[in-house]
Design a protein around this ligand. Structure first.
Ligand code: F6R
Length: 608
């Protein structure tokens, strides 16, 4: 979603802020702005469009100053225009506010403020905050921000500066992440660690309800009653090269190619071959407690929801505990059956997705134990869950999730080993799974070595308007994921279906213009999938099949084959996902799409 950066220290702020914004551009990219405290007061520069447009404006009309805040926006209230870009100001231009999140009572507050003489210049909910702070200001910025925040409902991560209390940045969070970066006699603020990683790895993660006052000489964390709070300093273990493209054309391609390594990282030190199980220290749960679990709910959004569906298969097969998978956005608004014997598994790359976080809180409120499968260390879901499994996939910058997906599936396999061995899984079977897990990085390398073949194949499909992805069993979720990857970055309409479900409706779509991607490795449902391929071929459809060995049954039925190595059924999604990511990537690039910043999308959806 949107991104926030702030700086106070001895250096000129603007280049640091623009650099930080560029690193956050993957989170939202429809408009941007900076506000700098200089000799005259608060000066702002804003632009619709990409950060590079803002940079051109700033270069043409520089603002000097050593304290400032900046923002990259993903529009919620109001179109992505310069006028709606952050920072937003009060009537006199003394205050500047950047904001991630949504102020739900903005309309009522806007009317009230307008009735009291305030004049608005944008359509945003954020501007309300600037006027509320103006109305509350009595000489001290943090007091005014606290008073304003008591009046708003909704979610926020905010950074505020004022020429009337000029040597500080006041930040606050509720439902939208914010960190303070500690430099050498300088401080940073960011909604995401990548914005400041170049300058510091020492950070303070703020909690919901925290407000911080950051001055040149130090920082203080307060609650909204102005009581001082203590927050630990954490060390970020990401490297700068992990958030750079490193010679690849796009972050997405880099992240696809990182998968042998990221999967290795997810497994590192966690597999216990002799016992056929996995060691997951962060789970924070004893064997006795795991044995008490009598149902599992997995909740997530988007790609993470697809890995949840794969987890459902694994866990049911190996633990015999009933598993339910829920879209996080649906889970929270029904009346789910959750007891103290429910294990709620929450899957999120970012650890900040608003719906997923809310679903986890709801499950906990109803008595479930919540464990998070999260990539971003220190994220809200990671901190609020009762325990979890970090993916260790490294920063995922490409908006389309790739390496996080395969790491999620591997993490689910580890969890399955851990829970399965307490119940229905033998040590021999566990050891077989571990052997297959160890083989995955090499097998992914084999697929990546043949990326050029997939690139050639992509060339033939760039004019297509629709795609169907079909798979069964463990690979039905892969069909959903393949279709999602294609539609979100190439804008080609694509649907994923369980292969056999096709004849109940989607088969009507099949003609010579309809490419159908079958995920058909040699697994337990292979013969069934072949029948579905025949149904498509009989209607003139063009078939691309992902297979794992020479299959005479497919001879004459498929137009293109993508070969993946053989593995056990439960791990086929890891191998099948990779060529589908590449297919989507190459089709999108050849259609001239910006795969790292697809239209309308943003990484980490921190609004409902
Ligand atoms: C798709 C994609 C999204 C995310 C979804 C959940 O490529 O990236 O569908 O998977 O927004 O995000 P996380 O996993 O961060 O909760």
């Amino acid at each position: 979603m949107c991104g926030i950066v702030g700086y106070v220290g001895p250096r000129v702020a603007t280049p640091l802020l623009i650099e930080g914004l560029k690193r956050l551009e993957y989170r939202g990219y429809d408009s941007a702005g900076v506000a700098i405290m200089n000799g005259r007061g608060v000066e702002t520069r804003k632009a619709a469009g990409k950060i590079s447009t803002l940079e051109t404006i700033v270069n043409g009309s520089p603002v000097a100053g050593t304290l400032g805040i900046a923002h990259t926006r993903w529009a919620t209230h109001g179109a992505p225009t310069t006028g709606n870009a952050h920072p937003h100001s009060d009537c006199k231009g003394h205050i500047a506010v950047v904001h991630n999140g949504i102020i739900e009572n903005a309309t009522a507050l806007r009317h009230w403020l307008a009735d009291n003489g305030h004049t608005f210049t944008s359509e945003t909910d954020t501007e309300v905050l600037a006027h509320l702070i103006e109305a509350s200001f009595e000489g001290n910025l943090e007091d005014a921000v606290i008073e304003a925040l008591h009046m708003v409902h909704g979610t926020y991560g905010i950074a505020v500066i004022s020429s009337l209390d000029r040597d500080k940045i006041v930040v606050a969070r509720k439902g939208s992440p914010l960190i303070i970066g500690l430099g050498d006699q300088e401080y940073y603020v960011a909604s995401d660690v990548s914005a400041i990683l170049e300058h510091t790895r020492q950070v303070v993660y703020l909690d919901d309800g925290d407000l911080a006052v950051i001055e040149r000489t130090g920082y203080r964390v307060l609650d909204l009653d102005a009581h001082e709070m203590t927050r630990a300093v954490s060390q970020v273990d990401w490297d700068l090269d992990q958030i750079e493209r490193g010679g690849f054309d796009h972050f997405m391609l880099k992240e696809i190619f990182e998968q042998p390594q990221t999967i290795e990282n997810t497994m590192r030190g966690r597999l216990l071959e002799a016992d056929g199980t996995a060691k997951l220290a962060g789970l924070n749960v004893t064997n006795e407690e795991l044995l008490e679990i009598d149902n599992i709910i997995i909740t997530a959004c988007g790609t993470s929801w697809h890995s949840a569906l794969i987890g459902e298969h694994m866990l049911e097969e190996m633990t015999r505990i009933p598993v339910e998978v829920e879209y996080a956005s649906e889970f929270r608004y029904r009346n789910p059956i959750v007891t103290s014997r429910t294990l709620c598994i929450v899957i999120s790359q970012s650890g900040e997705t608003a719906d997923t976080l809310a679903a986890m809180r709801e499950a906990k409120r109803r008595g479930a134990r919540a464990i998070g499968l999260v990539n971003v260390v220190g994220s809200t879901i990671a901190r609020e869950s009762d325990g979890g499994v970090y993916l260790h996939a490294g920063p995922e910058i490409g908006v389309a999730s790739t390496k996080a997906f395969t790491s999620q599936v591997v993490a689910l396999a580890l969890l399955t080993l851990r829970m399965g061995r307490l119940r229905a899984l033998s040590s021999v079977r566990g050891a077989e799974i571990i052997e297959a897990l160890h083989a995955l990085p090499g097998q992914i390398r084999e697929i990546l070595d043949r990326a050029a073949e997939i690139e050639q194949l992509a060339e033939q499909y760039i004019e297509s308007h629709n795609f169907l992805y079909l798979g069964r069993g463990y690979n039905f979720p892969v069909a959903l994921e393949g279709a999602l990857k294609l539609k979100e970055i190439s804008y080609i309409h694509a649907e994923g279906y369980p292969a056999a479900e096709m004849k109940h409706g989607p088969i009507a779509l099949i003609d010579s213009q309809m490419p159908v991607v079958f995920i058909a490795p040699h697994d337990s449902v292979f013969d069934k999938v072949v029948s579905n391929v025949q149904e498509v071929k009989a209607r003139g459809g063009r078939v691309i099949a992902l297979t794992s060995r020479d299959e005479p049954q497919l001879a004459g039925l498929i137009d293109h084959e993508i070969r993946i190595p053989q593995t056990i059924d439960m791990l086929t999604p890891v191998l099948a996902a990779v060529p589908l990511q590449l297919l989507a990537y190459y089709i999108a690039v050849k259609r001239g799409c910006n795969v790292d910043q697809p239209r309308n999308l943003a990484k980490s959806v921190t609004v409902e």
